[in-house]
Write a protein that binds this ligand. Structure first.
Ligand SMILES: Nc1ncnc2c1ncn2[C@@H]1O[C@H](COP(=O)(O)OP(=O)(O)OP(=O)(O)O)[C@@H](O)[C@H]1O
Ligand SMILES: O=c1ccn([C@@H]2O[C@H](COP(=O)(O)OP(=O)(O)O)[C@@H](O)[C@H]2O)c(=O)[nH]1
Length: 228
């Protein structure tokens, strides 16, 4: 049982390893890994009003508008009064950050700073199991059977916007929208930035930072949150 609830956010450009690192943090420290992309996929699958609306943007490779994101996510976060969590993919914009601010006090923000060439290589090799959001990379963490999801055996897909042609504009967009969010968290004194080309090298630094803030999770207490 954790003494104090812990609330953290992880930020970074597409392909920076947010999902990969979030999973490690969730396993090691027992935080719930919340992902904006997973929330959206759940809502799309359940045909909720927000899900139907969000789908029209995602299908066109666009960001979902702030008011849809906040309407979807904030009530879910408000429900999590008894859990420590790590949020991946939200907030993305200053409006989202301000809305989150009015709901809860964050303890920590992790920002990943990864070179462009690394992002390009990773994303052009990223394969996704659409239904669950599970992510693979043919070099870094390949599926057991090529082209198939480890758990369901279903086919993996690649996103068009993970290809190098789309990446430059995605990164430019990320930089524009993330800068004021990063500045806000810097001014609050909760921002920690990690730079590097490999998650395996960055991970020890994140691990030791979090170890000073939250107790490590005992093996026996490990709780696997079922994937949708
Ligand atoms: N905070 C957010 N604000 C607006 N739209 C969002 C947000 N989070 C996710 N989305 C939308 O949902 C889609 C899927 O999000 P998800 O994080 O799973 O994947 P992604 O686009 O591959 O991001 P990344 O490449 O950073 O992992 C995004 O492309 C975007 O349209
Ligand atoms: O050190 C690393 C970390 C991640 N990845 C891969 O890079 C891609 C992007 O990682 P992730 O989806 O975690 O990043 P996000 O877009 O969530 O920031 C995925 O295919 C990962 O398997 C990699 O090859 N090396």
């Amino acid at each position: 049982m954790m003494a104090k609830l812990f609330r953290a956010v992880i930020m970074g450009p597409p392909g920076s390893g947010k999902g990969t690192i979030s999973e490690r943090i969730a396993q090691s420290f027992g935080l719930k890994h919340l992902s904006s992309g997973d929330f959206l996929r759940e809502n799309i699958a359940a045909n909720t009003e927000a899900g139907v609306l969000a789908k029209t943007y995602i299908e066109r490779g666009l960001m979902v508008p702030d008011h849809v994101m906040t309407r979807l996510l904030l009530p879910r976060l408000e429900e999590m009064t008894r859990h420590s969590w790590l949020m991946d993919g939200f907030p993305c914009t200053l409006a989202q950050a301000k809305a989150l601010n009015s709901t809860c006090d964050l303890d920590l923000v992790i920002s990943l700073n990864i070179p462009y060439e690394t992002l390009k290589d990773r994303l052009s090799d990223r394969w996704i199991h659409l239904a669950s959001g599970r992510v693979y990379n043919m070099g870094f963490n390949p599926p057991r059977v090529q082209g198939r999801d480890d758990l369901s055996g279903e086919p993996l897909i690649q996103h068009d916007n993970d290809q190098p042609e789309a990446l430059v504009s995605r990164l430019r967009h990320y930089k524009d929208v993330a800068k004021p969010v990063i500045d806000l968290y810097k001014s609050k004194g909760i921002l920690h930035t990690f730079s590097g080309t490999e998650t395996d090298r960055i991970w020890p630094y994140i691990n030791s930072l979090l170890s000073t803030k939250i107790p490590s999770r005992p093996e026996t207490d490990t709780q696997h949150i079922p994937l949708p």
